[in-house]
Design a protein around this ligand. Structure first.
Ligand code: CFM
Ligand code: HCA
Length: 535
C-alpha cells in the first residue's frame, strides 16, 4: 500500500507532493497513524469539496421543514440547494401544534448586478415581506452567499428588522461560500446560531423518562424515519431531529430531552458539545447504518437509561427486526461476500458504510472524507493536539455557560465509568482509522486524478462516491453507487434499510453494463491530425 501511495503521489510537482503526502495514508506497516485534514484544497486540483454555504444552508438548515429559508444571493446558489440532497419531510401536527413543510420551495433574492453595486438589503427585506405575507412561516432563516459578504449587506440587522416589523422569528447566517475551507465551516456556523437562538426557547417537556434528540440525521432517502420507527418501537421518545424531517417547533424543546444521540458527528458535534455544557445533556455516538451497528446503538441507549424493562424491549425489537431480514440477508451475503469497495464521501459515511459492508462480507480497500477533521479519522482523543490555523480561527467558536434553569445531570461520574466498562463510551467518537485493515488507503480531500489512479490499481468491485465522480468511474468500466443521494433509493438505515442497500448493490454488481462500454474514441479516433508537425 505504501508503494502504491508513492506511485500515485510521485507524479505531482514537489510542492503538491509535499502537501498531498500528508493527506494520503496507508494503514499499518509502520506508517504514520496521523493525517492532515481540514486544510485548504490545492487550487486547480479538482477537489470534490463544496462550500461553506452548502454546509450551512444545504446540509444543516435545509431540512428544517417549517422554516422559510431565504438564500440571499444570485439564483444559482439557491437553485443548487433545491431538493438535490434528498432530505425528506412532510408537514405534521404534534400535540395540536402544526409544522408546515416548505422543502418543495426555493426562496431566493435572486440578486442582480445593480443589487451587488448598490446593496441588496432592500431586496432582502422585500423577499421577507413577500414570504411572510404568502406563507406565514414559523421562522425565517436568512443565508448569505459569497457576494453578500463581499459587499457587506447587514443580514443580521435585517433579521432584527423582520422580528420588529412582523413579530416573526428570524435568524441570519453569515455562511458566505468562501468562508473556511469546505462545507465544514458552514456546519459550525449553523450549529452556533441553533444554540444561540433556537435550542432552549421552548418549554414543552418530554412525555416519558426515555427521551432523546437525534442529532446529525438528515433523513436522506428516509433514513431518519426508519431510525425513528426503531426507536419508537423500543419505547424511546424522539423529542427532535437535527435536522432531517425536523422542525423549529421541535428543535426549540430539544434542551428538555434526556439524551442526545449523534449519528453524523462531523456536522453537529458543536451542538452536542454545547448542549452538554449548557444543559448537562450527555451525547452518545450512534450509527444506524449497518445491522451490527444498529443493534449496538439500540443496546447502548438501553444501557444509558439502565432500565431492565427497556433493555428487554430493545432485545425483543432487535430479535424481531433481524428475524424479519435473515433470509434476504443470507442471500445478499452469498452474492457479496469477498467483494471489495472504495468509499469517498463527506465526513462520516465513509466510516459508517464500511460497517454495513462488513455485514455483507465486503472489504474496504480505500476510504476518504471530503472535509472531515483529524478527529473523524483518528478519534476524539486527538482534539487537544489539533492546532488551529488561520482558516479554522476564522470560524467563530462559542463558549456557553450552564443554564441556571435547565441544567441537569442524569448520570454520576461513577455511573459513566460503569457504562464505559460495558463498552458504552459517552461523548466519544472513535474515528475511522481504528477499524480499518492493514494496507487500506486513506485519502483526505481526494481529487479526480488520485481517484482514477487509485481505482486503476486497487480495482475495487464498487466505488461509493457522489455525483461528481460517479460517471467518470462508470465510464472507466467500474460500478459506482452514490452514498450521498443513494442513487435515489433508500432508506439504507436500520435493519430493513440494510437489505435495501444489499439489494441495490447486488443489482449493480450483477448487471455489469459499464464494463462492456467502450467509448467511441477508444475504437476509432474522433479527430485525426498532426501535432507539432509530426504525424
Ligand atoms: Fe454528515 Fe451527512 Fe456526511 Fe455531511 Fe454532506 Fe450528506 Fe455526506 Mo453529502 S451531514 S458529513 S455535509 S453524513 S450532504 S447527509 S452525504 S457529504 S458523508
Ligand atoms: C453538498 C451536498 C452533497 C453533494 C452530493 C454529491 C449531498 O456537499 O453540498 O456530491 O454527490 O449529499 O447532497 O454532499
Amino acid at each position: 500500500a505504501s508503494d502504491l501511495r508513492e506511485k500515485v503521489l510521485e507524479k505531482y510537482s514537489a510542492r503538491v507532493y509535499k502537501n498531498r503526502k500528508e493527506h494520503v495514508i496507508a494503514i499499518g506497516e509502520g506508517n504514520p497513524d496521523t493525517i492532515t485534514a481540514n486544510t485548504r484544497a490545492i487550487p486547480g486540483i479538482i477537489t470534490q469539496r463544496g462550500c461553506c454555504y452548502a454546509g450551512c444552508k444545504g446540509v444543516v438548515l435545509g431540512p428544517i421543514k417549517d422554516a422559510a429559508i431565504i438564500v440571499h444571493g444570485p439564483i444559482g446558489c439557491a437553485f443548487y440547494a433545491w431538493g438535490t440532497r434528498r432530505h425528506k419531510a412532510f408537514a405534521d401536527e404534534k400535540d395540536g401544534e402544526k409544522a408546515d413543510c416548505y422543502l418543495e420551495y426555493c426562496f431566493s433574492t435572486d440578486m442582480q448586478e445593480p443589487d451587488i453595486v448598490f446593496g441588496g438589503e432592500k431586496k432582502l427585506k422585500q423577499a421577507i415581506t413577500e414570504v411572510i405575507d404568502i406563507f406565514h412561516p414559523a421562522i425565517v432563516l436568512i443565508c448569505s452567499t459569497c457576494p453578500v459578504g463581499l459587499i457587506g449587506d447587514d443580514i443580521h440587522a435585517v433579521a432584527k428588522w423582520t422580528e420588529a416589523e412582523f413579530g416573526t422569528k428570524a435568524i441570519a447566517f453569515s455562511c458566505e461560500g468562501y468562508k473556511g475551507v469546505s462545507q465544514s465551516a458552514g456546519h459550525h456556523i449553523a450549529n452556533n446560531q441553533l444554540i444561540r437562538y433556537i435550542i432552549g426557547t421552548g418549554d414543552k417537556e418530554p412525555k416519558t423518562q426515555y427521551s432523546v434528540n437525534l442529532l446529525g440525521e438528515y433523513n436522506i432517502g428516509g433514513d431518519g424515519w426508519e431510525v425513528e420507527r426503531l426507536l419508537k418501537r423500543c419505547g424511546i421518545e424522539v423529542v427532535s431531529v437535527f435536522t432531517g424531517g425536523g422542525s423549529y417547533r421541535d428543535l426549540k424543546n430539544s434542551h428538555l430531552a434526556h439524551l442526545n444521540l449523534v449519528q453524523c458527528h462531523r456536522s453537529i458535534n458543536y451542538v452536542a458539545e454545547m448542549m452538554q455544557d449548557k444543559y448537562g445533556i450527555d451525547w452518545l455516538k450512534v450509527n444506524f447504518v449497518g445491522i451490527e451497528s444498529s443493534a449496538k446503538s439500540l443496546r447502548d441507549i438501553g444501557e444509558y437509561f439502565g432500565d431492565e424493562e427497556l433493555k428487554a424491549r430493545i432485545e425483543e425489537v432487535i430479535a424481531d427486526e433481524i428475524a424479519a431480514i435473515t433470509d434476504e440477508l443470507d442471500y445478499y451475503k452469498s452474492k457479496l461476500k469477498g467483494k471489495s469497495a472504495a468509499l469517498y464521501v463527506g465526513g462520516s459515511r465513509s466510516h459508517h458504510y464500511q460497517l454495513l459492508l462488513k455485514d455483507f462480507g465486503v472489504r474496504t480497500v480505500l476510504a476518504g472524507y471530503e472535509f472531515a477533521h483529524r478527529d473523524d479519522y483518528e478519534g476524539r482523543e486527538v482534539i487537544p493536539d489539533i492546532k488551529p490555523d488561520a482558516d479554522s480561527k476564522n470560524i467563530e467558536s462559542i463558549e456557553v455557560e450552564p443554564d441556571p434553569k435547565y441544567y441537569k445531570v442524569l448520570l454520576t461520574q461513577e455511573q459513566k465509568e460503569k457504562l464505559l466498562e460495558k463498552g458504552v463510551a459517552l461523548n466519544y467518537y472513535e474515528g475511522m482509522f481504528k477499524g480499518m485493515e492493514e494496507g487500506a488507503i486513506i485519502t483526505d480531500d481526494l481529487n479526480h486524478f488520485e481517484t482514477e489512479e487509485f481505482l486503476k490499481v486497487l480495482k475495487p468491485d464498487v466505488f461509493f462516491s457522489g455525483i461528481k465522480d460517479k460517471f467518470v468511474t462508470q465510464k472507466n468500466g467500474m460500478l459506482s453507487r452514490q452514498l450521498h443521494s443513494y442513487d435515489y433509493s433508500g432508506p439504507y438505515a436500520g435493519f430493513r434499510g440494510a437489505i435495501t442497500f444489499g439489494h441495490d448493490l447486488v443489482m449493480g454488481l450483477y448487471t455489469p453494463a459499464w464494463s462492456y462500454i467502450r467509448a467511441p474514441w477508444q475504437k476509432v479516433p474522433s479527430i485525426q491530425g498532426t501535432l507539432g508537425g509530426e504525424a
